[in-house]
Design a protein around this ligand. Structure first.
Ligand code: ZN
Length: 134
């Protein structure tokens, strides 16, 4: 009986790896590199905890719970990705400025005109001043 077969047998019915596990191990590696310089005992424990958690997930037989965790993680990653896309889109928009309404926190897209202007929020009707530099 070879090692490969034993491994397959051992892993059958277990969860295996996913995006969250990959991220946990990358994070553990990153913290471990940082800890080369800091040499903190707490960070060392964090590294061990991350690795143990990743292995626990990999070997877990509760597949549904692990899927749920991974789904939660993927949702968070997608949220951050969408946010950064939106941020880049706004940053590259030369014809508009994006300002937050001080009353209702809505983001308003306004024409890019240099100076101080007064604008009215279309959502809540609040009037406020907008400063546009360069
Ligand atoms: Zn408003």
């Amino acid at each position: 009986m070879n090692f490969r077969y034993k491994l397959i047998q051992f892993m059958s019915g277990r969860y295996g790896s996913d995006n969250l596990n990959f991220a946990l191990l990358i994070l553990a590696a990153a913290v471990s590199v940082v800890n080369i310089f800091i040499r903190s005992l707490i960070l060392q424990f964090v590294v061990y905890a991350l690795i143990i958690y990743a292995f626990y997930r990999m070997l877990s037989r509760n597949i549904e719970a692990r899927r749920r965790e991974n789904r939660w993680f993927n949702d968070k990653v997608n949220f951050v990705k969408k946010r950064s896309e939106l941020y880049n889109q706004r940053k590259n928009d030369k014809f508009h400025v994006y300002k937050k309404c001080p009353a209702c926190k809505a983001i308003l897209r306004l024409p890019h005109r240099i100076g101080t202007h007064t604008t009215v929020c279309p959502r809540c009707g609040q009037e406020f001043k907008v400063k546009v530099k360069k």
